[in-house]
Design a protein around this ligand. Structure first.
Ligand code: NAP
Length: 324
């Protein structure tokens, strides 16, 4: 999910104020929906601002094979629907709105969306992360015209074509493997000689006859005429450059946390990940954070869901301690 909070129009004073809610959850991915389930079961009547895509990154994942309870895997959109139904069954309310500003200097806290201003006694930040960009010439120009950040979404358009996958992590190999359902060849271009991905995914990729690897190499330019036609590859050891004809470039080089709107209020590390303790507490009492907005390490659906549940449990305790 590409979420650029700054590109949206900033509506202002005419917005209706809603709340105060006991628990306001920012983000409708596995973290936010798990937090919603736990907060709803504690009868805290949580409101979830879903952001642009209910389910976040999982909603655009073809199959999730490592979420416990699904021995044969489960489709990403199906898992999201199940999360949503379960949270709603206990009274969570989902609002299709995106947080664009937050004010944690006052209590109840105030969060501004496009549709309303929301007041809340506690806030759980579950805004997730967005795919990182290569930032080379041609990338922006050809996004949606050969450059993609989602194999599951766009793979179908590359039937019988040759594509490059950039990155050496789990995402690159998993999505690369998925893309071989459609593409003629998938070339993984990685900046080092050693892959970061887990052994199982590495083995699967090496065993896939449609996949091949170019190591110690970066893309320095993406070229085309209306759509991608070639890339310039640069060997990072020798410096040698060559042009390769290609139909598509899929980029899986990590993520940036969606935490921009909390800058100056919530402590974060140099990568923009929110700093939390083991109780999911931020530096502001009553504001909790969970999932990929606060977790550069695990970043799994199951760990994010677990963090979301923990944040809701803590929000409940925090309210109880204050006599709520
Ligand atoms: P990641 O593990 O951070 O890997 C990013 C890859 O992109 C690395 O190989 C990195 O190279 C490369 N890279 C970073 N910046 C780059 C740049 N500017 N130019 C070129 N290459 C660049 O990210 P991820 O693969 O998205 O995985 C994120 C997390 O999700 C991980 O914890 C992963 O285990 C998890 N995940 C798990 C599964 C699964 O279990 N099935 C599937 C997907 C993701 P270096 O190696 O040189 O740093």
């Amino acid at each position: 999910m590409t979420l650029n909070l700054k590109t949206f129009p900033q509506q202002d004073e005419n917005l209706e104020t809603k709340g105060p809610y006991k628990v306001l959850i920012l983000g409708g991915g596995p973290t936010g929906l798990s937090a919603a389930l736990y907060a709803a079961r504690a009868e805290l009547h949580p409101l979830v601002l879903t952001g642009l895509q209910i389910g976040g990154q999982v909603a655009i994942t073809y199959t999730v094979e490592n979420y416990p309870g699904f021995p044969n895997g489960v489709g990403g959109p199906e898992l999201v629907e199940l999360f949503q139904k379960q949270a709603e069954r206990f009274g969570a309310v989902l609002e299709f709105d995106t947080a664009v500003e937050a004010d944690f200097s006052r209590h109840p806290f105030r969060v501004k969306g496009y549709n309303a201003i929301y007041e809340a006694e506690t806030v759980i930040i579950a805004t997730g992360a967005t795919p990182r960009k290569l930032e080379v010439p041609g990338e922006t120009e050809f996004t949606g015209r050969g450059v993609s950040y989602c194999g599951t979404c766009d793979g179908w358009f590359f039937k019988g074509k040759d594509v490059i996958v950039v990155g050496g992590g789990d995402s690159a190999l998993e999505e690369g493997d998925f893309l071989t359902r459609y593409a003629n060849t998938v070339t993984v271009v990685h900046r080092r000689e050693e892959l970061r991905a887990g052994v199982l995914l590495q083995k699967r990729a090496h065993d896939n006859p449609k996949m091949n690897f170019v190591f110690d190499t970066a893309i320095s330019d993406i070229r085309g005429n209306g759509e991608v036609q070639s890339v310039e590859l640069q060997n990072l050891k020798s410096g040698a450059a060559n042009t390769q004809d290609i139909d598509g470039v899929f980029i899986f080089i990590g993520h940036t946390p969606n935490t921009e709107i909390f800058q100056g209020q919530i402590d974060m590390d140099e990568g923009g990940y929110l700093k939390i303790n083991h109780l999911m507490e931020t530096n502001i009492p009553g504001v909790f954070a969970a999932g990929e907005a606060a977790d550069p390490h695990f970043r799994q659906v199951v760990t994010s869901a677990g963090m979301g549940a923990a944040a809701a449990i803590q929000a409940n305790r925090w309210l109880q301690e204050r006599g709520g």
